[in-house]
Design a binder for this molecule. Structure first.
Ligand code: ADP
Ligand code: F6P
Length: 473
């Protein structure tokens, strides 16, 4: 097997500097948590941004670099202006809302394209510097859409894969973007472009046709003298690792504590990055609606919502946080008592053990993004349930919905419908819960992250190496 060079904007670890000093902590988000295990098992490198290091002393920086080297991570440092214009700017103010069908959130006048392009070029330069003949390069996500083409120009013979972790929207949405054709050409530098679902592949194919007049034949597109393949590879999780954690005595002890603390209560759980695509406000409104219309649930329901801070410098995220804070306060003010409140809102990162204990303790997992490329939290919940109990309520707009037909499906825009689904989940008979969970777990365990990595890389290895370019005499 050739050496694997993973390339993503964020490394699986992020540098955290605060008053207690500097540490390297695990990054949240599906890409980082999903690829961490495969990277540890491979002998390759992971190239990406380690977070803000601008305030580190030279000694702290040296210590961080030693820790990254130990993890086979190669840092690409972003300047303050690149963080603001490439990461917060073009990536997260333009591409992120666009791909989640929220085009009204995009700035009216976009000014960050040139920095996006420049940083993509910097990534390609760094990858090319570390590349050895025979390596396989695997580039990830919307922050790096131009990297495949920049790499192809630098390394014409390299085997390059690209995986798009977020929804690829309908061509009607994508074609609103001023730099639409440049982005698509950037991706076409790869030999294989992967998406989570067949729907995203179709959207990409019709975008190719509309923007560049390129026809996809089955799963192939001829472009610039090469053949580019497209495919759906639904990302999985390290299911065995979650299952093992869920059986650890210390985790089970924590589960008991959660359940004892709420022995009279049913536990409803939400776990997300605090992102406006995750549908948290309507999820809270559905809880409120249930308590409003069914007084018998008052005092019998505890909704634990864990939200990890994310992209806090982007104004829309700050506004979203205010909205969630306000709703939590409103519901607790309306339906709390001197002894208890219905919503327990925890705005922080949890480690995998703590998350697993919560997953295992929950009666109902409430996953309601208004749009999500995949949503790995839904899969983590199932993997953490070797007891084959617990009900998953899942948005039909998450990529995971294509695979998880045994979840209770909801339209995340329909508050009343979500309140109905929540009630049905809370009252579901044990036999039905077990049957559904057994089916969900079988799928999550079979199509895990190792399957995902293998199937993508096998397909990438099967792509023909591009013919050497013949320079005109
Ligand atoms: P996204 O990639 O958009 O963040 P996913 O659901 O695919 O969404 O992945 C989220 C990942 O981040 C999961 O692996 C989950 O365990 C992790 N995560 C979510 N919330 C937290 C939290 N509060 N603390 C730590 N990790 C979290
Ligand atoms: O999975 C989607 C994704 O945007 C990843 O690319 C990213 O690493 C993760 O979510 C978390 O976001 P961020 O890196 O902006 O904190």
């Amino acid at each position: 097997m050739s050496r694997l060079l993973l390339v993503s904007n964020r490394l699986p670890v992020t540098v955290k500097a605060d008053k207690d000093g500097v540490s390297v902590v695990r990054s949240a988000g599906g890409l980082a948590t999903g690829l961490r295990g495969p990277h540890e098992r491979s002998g390759g490198l992971w190239i990406g941004w380690p977070g803000d290091v601008s305030r580190l002393t030279p000694q702290q920086r040296a210590s961080v670099e030693a820790q990254l080297a130990e993890l086979r991570c190669v840092p690409l440092y972003l300047s303050a202006s690149e963080v603001s214009r490439f990461y917060e700017g073009y990536s997260n103010r333009t591409l992120w809302p666009l791909c989640h069908y929220l085009i009204d959130r995009i700035p009216e006048q976009e000014r960050d394209w040139d920095v996006y392009r420049k940083v993509n070029e910097r990534f390609a330069d760094l990858v090319a510097r570390h590349y050895q003949p025979g390596d396989t390069i695997w580039v990830h996500d919307y922050q790096l859409m131009l990297v495949p083409a920049f790499l192809r120009a630098r390394l014409p013979q390299a085997r390059i894969g690209f995986f798009f972790h977020i929804p690829f929207p309908s061509s009607e949405i994508f074609r609103t973007l001023p730099h639409r054709a440049d982005l698509v050409r950037g991706l076409l530098g790869a030999d294989l472009i992967g998406f989570h679902t067949i729907t995203y592949v179709r959207h990409f194919s019709s975008t190719l046709m509309r923007l560049l007049g390129l026809e996809t034949v089955v799963d192939r597109v001829a472009y610039d003298g090469r053949e580019v393949r497209l495919g759906a590879f639904p990302m999985g999780i390290d299911a065995q690792a979650f299952e093992n954690l869920a059986k650890e005595p210390a985790v089970l002890e924590e589960v008991r504590t959660h359940r004892e603390k709420s022995s009279e209560l049913r536990l409803l759980l939400g776990v997300d990055r605090l992102d406006y695509t995750k549908g948290i406000p309507r999820r809270l409104l559905a809880v409120q609606r249930l308590l409003e219309r069914e007084p018998t649930w008052r005092g019998r329901l505890r909704f634990v919502q864990v939200a990890v801070p994310s992209r806090t410098a982007v104004a829309d995220y700050a506004a979203y946080r205010d909205k969630v804070d306000e709703l939590v306060g409103r519901i607790n003010g309306l339906y709390g008592s001197v002894h208890n409140v219905p919503v327990h809102y925890l705005y922080r990162s949890f480690n995998e053990r703590q998350l697993t204990a919560l997953y295992r303790a929950a009666d109902v997992m409430f996953v309601t993004p208004i749009r999500d490329g995949m949503n790995l939290v839904a899969k983590e919940f199932c993997a953490a349930r070797p007891d084959e109990d617990g009900v998953l309520v899942l948005s039909e707009f998450a990529g995971a919905a294509d695979e998880m037909g045994d979840a209770v499906m909801v339209n995340p825009y329909d508050v009343e419908g979500m309140a109905d689904a929540l009630e049905a989940a809370l009252e579901m008979p044990e036999e039905e819960r077990r049957t559904r969970m057994r089916n969900l777990r079988a799928r999550v365990k079979e199509y895990d992250v190792h399957w995902w990595v293998r199937s993508f890389l096998d397909e990438l290895q099967a792509t023909p190496t591009p013919p050497p370019r013949v320079e005109p005499a």
